[in-house]
Write a protein that binds this ligand. Sequence first.
Ligand SMILES: [Zn+2]
Ligand SMILES: [Zn+2]
Length: 129
Amino acid sequence: MIKQRTSRQRQLILDAVCNRCDHPTADEIYLDVREKDNRISRGTVYRNLGVLSENSQVTRVKLPQAERYDSRTDLHYHLVCTCCGSVSDAPIDYLKDFDEIELDNGFVISRHRTIFEGLCSVCRKKKED
Ligand SMILES: [Zn+2]
Ligand SMILES: [Zn+2]
């Protein structure tokens, strides 16, 4: 019985992440899930987000100021607006050829995380006005 409740709640949380493409924070996901199940606690949402990211069902995106969640689980880069904090996916291929970095020093790269910082189109518009 408890197990059933856990998996139902976890599914609700996973759906909430997948329904958004703006890389929400844990708190934003909590607020979305609350609309479907007003008995769910913040702790339950946070804990299940941890499980979902350990299971690679969502990606936890670590940023200098915050952690965000992503329904995309393939490796990709992010664009982060330094003005409003919005996060979007960078439309470029993930670098896979590391020969130049690895060649002589014996280091083998398994993955990398890159964020590009700048101004999003909305914030750029605001600055022009
Ligand atoms: Zn912005
Ligand atoms: Zn992303």
